[in-house]
Design a binder for this molecule. Sequence first.
Ligand code: DX5
Ligand code: ZN
Length: 228
Amino acid sequence: MTILAPSILSSDRGRLAEEIKAMADAGADWIHIDIIDGNFAPNLTFGPWVVEVARKVTDLPLDAHLMVTDPLTYAPIFARAGADYVSFHLEAATHSEKIVSSILDAGAKPGLALNPGTSLSALDELLDRVALIVLMGVNPGFSGQPFIPGTLPKTQRLSEALKSKGLAIPIEIDGGVTDQNAAALVKAGATVLVSGSHLYGSPDYAAAVKNLRLAAESAHAPGPAPMA
Ligand code: DX5
Ligand code: ZN
């Protein structure tokens, strides 16, 4: 089953706790929390307190996505705050092995995130130690950007590479995911779909989650997956 992870970057942040709970009640599987430092990517979002706010209103796995230039400092802070998954960008990581260890030591699951222009080969040395791989479908910073089409063949290449190594690491696609491209992404090997504007922009969260799930699961039906 595909895991659906609404991104609270697109929520009404004046009512953050309510918005997180609403997506949990609507049938979301994980809550995706975008941490952007205004330096690695052009936006400034949340501190570790958001993980604590989310934990008060839901038991769902909390998926922290760190778009920061200093993951060595901030990854363990978010892990200690209670995030279940802490993903950081390899483009920002000088000491990626050390960061993975610090996340594990703090009791969380480490994830590696790659920008659209970063090669999959960057992942190779850490594949045996990580619990999640995040492929960006947009350049990080903002919700509501169009999906970069090269992410689809990249997902397929990663999925094949993991299979050939006998690894079952979840592949998360983040950015530009809608019910138009969900099936193609799942068919290519995506197992976690993040969605910000598509889900939080809907007037009916339960219907939006259900439709995205139906679209994702249609990938397992016979025949070609539709692609927008
Ligand atoms: C982008 C963030 C994404 C973003 C996704 O920097 O990492 O999680 O919120 O938003 P949509 O789904 O609207 O592209
Ligand atoms: Zn994200």
